[in-house]
Each structure stands twice: as C-alpha cells, then as structure tokens.
Ligand binder design. Structure first.
Ligand code: C2O
Length: 509
C-alpha cells in the first residue's frame, strides 16, 4: 500500500525562466509535483486535502480503468462531488495496469495551472513482463505554459467578448517543467523513456539529433516495436520509447520539441515554436545548437501502430453513437462546443450518485438530465463511437475507464473544404490488429471511428482533452451497465461525506 497525503495550494514558480507566477498549483507547497510510482497490484491510498480558500478541487488518474472502483475516478459531478476548501477526500484503489499514466485535477483550469504529473506503474514482479531489454528508465513530460492562471483566463475565454472561442495563446512550452532541459546519458545504453504530454491544449512534435525513438508502449498498451525519427503527441497521450545511446562521448545532441502551431489561433511574433533540450554525454563538450528538420510530416502515424498482444478487431457494433462536433455561439454571445447540438452542462449531483439513487430507472438516460449528453450502455455490448468533426481544429478525445480500438481515422481536410463526415458504405482501410489507446485525435473537418466493449461497469466521461474545449462543453457521459454498478460497487462514507459537506444530495437529480 502506498499512502500519500497531499494538500493543494498556490506556490511560486518560474518554470520558463521568464516570469514568476505566484498562483501555480502545488502539492504540499511543492511544484513540480512528485512523479507517483507504484507496482502493479499495489493499493493506493491518496488523501487529497483542498488547501485553496475559494476553489473546489478533484483528482483523476488518467488512463487507469478503476475497474470496480468507479467512485475513485475523479471527475467532479461525474463520479464524485467536488472537494470543497478545507476538506479531504481519500482516493482508494488498486492499480492493475502497467505503464505510463498521469494524474491531474479534474476541476476547471487547475491542471493547466500545474496540478498534474506522471503516474508510473511498474510490473514489479521478478520476471518483469516488459517485453524489451533496457538499462534505465526516465520519465519526461511536455506541456505548454501560460503566464496567467487558467482559472483566471476561463471567465474571459467563456465570455461574449470572445465570440469566436479563440483559445488563450501560451507563452512558452516546457520539457519536464522547464526550458532547455538537460538529460545526462551514458554511452552504449538502452534507455526506456516515458514521454507524457501533460498539457491542456497543444500537441507537440519531438525529435532528436542523430538518435531514434523505438516506440514500444502507447497509453499503457505494449506495441510492436516501431522505430521513428519523430513523435507527435497530443495532450494526455503517452509514448514509451527505447533510445539507444552512442558509444562515443565526444559530443552532445539536441532533443527538440515543437508545438503544432496549426492549433493556435494566432502566432505571436515572439513565441518560440521550437524548444531545444540536450542529450548530454560529455559535460565539457558544450551544448549543441537547435536541430532543425525539413518537414514535420515524418512523424509516426500512431493510427497504424499494432499492439504486441493482438486482440481481435471487434465485430460490427451492438450499439453505435454518432456524434457531430461543432463550435458555435448561443444567445448569450459565448462560444460553446457541441456534440450533436448539445453542449455539456454538469448536473447538480454526480452522475454516479444518480445511478445509485435511481434504482431500476438507472437504465433510463433521461434520469441523468438532458444537458449531460448521457448514453446508457448495456453489459458487454460492443460500442462504436463515430465522431464527425465539423470544426476546423484538431481535437484529442479521451475516454475514461477503457482503451478503445482505433478503427478508422479520416484525413486532414484542412480549413478550406467543407467537413467530410464518416460514410460507412465507403471502403475504409481497417487495421487487422487495431491499436488500443485512451486518447486519440480527430483531424480538422474529418472523423474517427473507435470501438470498445462495455465490460467495465461505471460512469465514464468522454471528452476533448483540450482544457478550453472541455470548459466549452465538449463532453458526453457513458453510463455503462448501471445495474451492475449498483449491485457490485458501493459509495463509501468518504465519498458520501464529500457530497454532504457540499450540501449536495447525491441522490436524485
Ligand atoms: Cu485526463 Cu477526463 O481526463
């Protein structure tokens, strides 16, 4: 068992070396936050105390299935009541997956303000089943960085003074919560490196001077080894790669990052799109220059990755959810995001509470309210989500509680053309051994199709992982096998207390 006690609070930090903020969210007065590590099978008892004066908080363990422990998943008003100032919530669950995950607040704006870090689960057994040899393991995060607090940016972003929904432009891009990070390596070694985009907005490209990435695990799923010069990583995605170092220590090399600037509404002149980090073999050899590439189109197409352990491609689905994504204004002049003309509005009580209070009616989507975008899934059904992106932006979508098979992804239709929806009667290239992951992007004005089996009873959020778009309501709720949730899981006193202190009846809606 790991017992961790954390209290949230604002700390001073200056990760980009340009501007010191006094409202970065730390734990126990520290930022960057600790990398949490556990072995498969370990029990986690994480006590999170809300040390803010005016804000609620919550914590989500991104990528963990929480099988049987849905009430520990974290998103407020989905699986729990928010944690109000001064209160403590116990997150109590067992990890039974191996790989690179991360933890972050699931309360608006907070992870952009720093409340996020890696969560690494090791195999732990003597015969570590990691299928590749390596000498040492490192974990590196990337993210964008703002000089202003996201919590403060949200009200302006979501106002009639921002009718186009233009996302705030970050001031910088971090590597391991700093700029120009130095990675000290030894010659002739194989390093296992977990790369995690813990940002809340832009994707980034990563490449190295004279070294290659061998991708071996993605979002916790082992892949057939795939060697590439460049990785493209959206927010919330994880790539575990093997990097072989050279036998010669006469010089050092650049490890580059670059923001996908097509996701930015405007590109300020002084914004540095490339960031240079250093692979250092030799401290006295001097640091390399920026290492440029001719084209960014050489990144690994993650759609065609194959899992090491093949799982049969799911057959035609039992249940299909077709959603159109659009961004538009409502009468208040504010720009919102929609799934099928519905913008997600959080319910008054957590959806999971309603599952328990609704009795047999829990299978009726109407009990969850009309603005939560709720879908009820039956036990063990194969679910297909067809997502048509009518918007000109790229969106990384994340499903809680599962990895899904990536079945089809349409090409980038850019900003010029009109949206091209998925057409099932056309021929599509479908992978025989489809990749499984928990976050995947959809191209502008294009589509994707994903499938998963409803074999994890719980209330699972499905949303765009861009913080701004989630604030705009780009989310839906899957209520998977609610009667099994009622019969197999429970809401413990710690969970109920969180609702009581909010004066939230968790029963009823
Ligand atoms: Cu990182 Cu709702 O998730």
């Amino acid at each position: 068992t790991h017992t961790w006690n954390f209290t949230t609070g604002f700390v001073n930090a200056n990760p980009d070396g340009v501007y010191e903020r006094d409202d970065v969210i730390g734990l126990n007065g520290q930022w960057p936050l600790p990398v949490l590590e556990a072995d498969k099978g370990d029990r986690i008892e994480l006590y999170l105390t809300n040390g803010f004066e005016d804000y609620n908080t919550s914590l989500h363990f991104h990528g963990l299935f929480q099988n049987g422990t849905n009430s520990m998943d974290g998103p407020e008003l989905i699986t729990q009541c928010p944690i109000p100032p001064g209160e403590t919530m116990l997150y109590n669950f067992t990890v039974d997956q191996v790989g690179a995950y991360w933890y972050h607040s699931h309360t608006a704006g907070q992870y952009g303000d720093g409340m996020r870090a890696a969560f690494i689960v090791h195999d732990g057994s003597d015969d570590d089943d990691f299928p590749y040899e390596y000498d040492e393991e490192f974990t590196f995060t990337i993210s964008e960085w703002y000089h202003e607090s996201s919590v403060d940016l949200i009200p302006n972003f979501m106002s009639r003074f921002n009718p186009t929904g233009a996302e705030p432009i970050p001031q910088n891009f971090l590597f391991n919560d700093t700029r120009n990070f130095t990675w000290n390596v030894e010659p002739s070694k194989t390093y296992k490196v977990n790369l995690i985009n813990v940002g809340g907005f832009v994707s980034q490209y990563l490449w190295m001077e004279d070294h290659t990435f061998k991708v071996v695990q993605v979002d916790g799923v082992y892949t057939q080894p795939n060697e590439t010069d460049m990785i493209y990583i959206t927010v919330a995605q994880r790539y575990t790669v093997l990097i072989e170092t050279k036998d010669d220590t006469s010089r050092n090399y650049a490890l580059m990052q670059r923001v996908d600037d097509t996701m930015l509404d405007v590109i300020p002149k002084d914004l540095e799109l490339n960031g240079t980090n250093y692979i250092v073999y030799n401290e006295s050899a001097g640091l390399p220059e920026e290492y440029k590439v001719e084209s960014l189109d050489i990144f690994l197409d993650d759609f065609w990755l194959e899992p090491l352990e093949a799982q049969e491609a799911y057959p035609d689905p039992d249940y299909q959810i077709v959603v159109d994504v659009a961004m538009d204004n409502l009468d208040d002049g504010v720009n919102y995001a929609f799934f099928n003309n519905l913008t997600y509005v959080a319910p008054k009580v957590p959806v999971l509470g309603t599952v328990f209070s609704a009795g047999e009616d829990a299978i009726n989507p109407l009990v969850y309210g009309s603005n939560t975008n709720s879908f009820v899934l039956e036990k063990d059904e194969v679910i297909e989500i067809v997502l048509n992106n009518l918007d000109t932006g790229k969106h990384p979508f994340h499903l809680h509680g599962h990895v899904f098979q990536t079945v089809v992804r349409g090409p980038d239709y850019g900003e010029e053309s009109t949206p091209v929806p998925y057409n099932a009667s056309e021929a599509h290239d479908i992978p025989e051994n489809p990749m499984r992951r928990d976050t995947v992007y959809v191209n502008p004005q294009s589509y994707f199709v994903i499938r998963f089996k409803a074999d994890n009873p719980g209330v699972w959020f499905f949303h765009c992982h861009i913080e701004w778009h989630l604030d705009q309501g780009l989310a839906l709720v899957l209520i998977e096998d609610p009667l099994s949730i009622q019969s197999q899981q429970n809401l413990d006193d710690n969970w109920k207390r969180m609702c009581e202190v909010n004066n939230m009846p968790y029963v009823g809606n």
